[in-house]
Ligand binder design. Sequence first.
Ligand SMILES: Nc1ncnc2c1ncn2[C@@H]1O[C@H](COP(=O)(O)OP(=O)(O)OP(=O)(O)O)[C@@H](O)[C@H]1O
Ligand SMILES: O=C(O)C1=C[C@@H](O)[C@@H](O)[C@H](O)C1
Ligand SMILES: [Mg+2]
Length: 166
Amino acid sequence: MPPRVVVIGPPGAGKTTIGTLVARRLGTEFRDTDTDIERAAGKPITDIFVDDGEPAFRALERDAVAAALAEHDGVLALGGGAVVAPENRALLAGHVVVFLDVGLADAVSRVGMNRDRPLLLESPRAQLKRLLDERRPVYAEAATVTVDTAGRDPEDIADEVVEHVR
Ligand SMILES: Nc1ncnc2c1ncn2[C@@H]1O[C@H](COP(=O)(O)OP(=O)(O)OP(=O)(O)O)[C@@H](O)[C@H]1O
Ligand SMILES: O=C(O)C1=C[C@@H](O)[C@@H](O)[C@H](O)C1
Ligand SMILES: [Mg+2]
């Protein structure tokens, strides 16, 4: 069975937060490809970027996305950059895919001072703006529905996602 829903969006969109709530409501498991990659590599994503480089990370990510889409029948969150790879977008065809959209101000405040995001280590606001500008059309195209998260609490967003899944 395919995932009930695949959650995509930029860092700070709330994929982990909302995905966990949605999984609980559907009585199913939550899985996150970032966590799968860290387990496979035996180290945090930041260390993979530093030790092995982003291309090596993206190769691990393609394997993780393919495996999770084939194996997981619950709620699946993809890493923020997974949809940039055409291979991953092709694999999403036919799935229920929710894009959690977020504006720059909310993304910046949600990502905050957290140092776990290697692409946002320097000038997080400028980097997030670039990511959002470049990727927003890609997320929207890969998704079956876009859910706006601006100024909404996670429970309310999870309700909308569950409605879309059912
Ligand atoms: N709708 C929301 N309103 C306010 N805060 C939120 C909302 N959604 C998530 N957050 C907070 O924003 C932070 C980032 O959320 P989360 O980790 O779920 O995002 P993510 O999309 O999984 O990010 P990443 O791509 O880095 O994994 C967390 O501290 C979370 O509590
Ligand atoms: O937006 C991105 O490109 C990334 C997002 C995270 O989920 C991780 O997959 C990694 O930090 C890269
Ligand atoms: Mg997350």
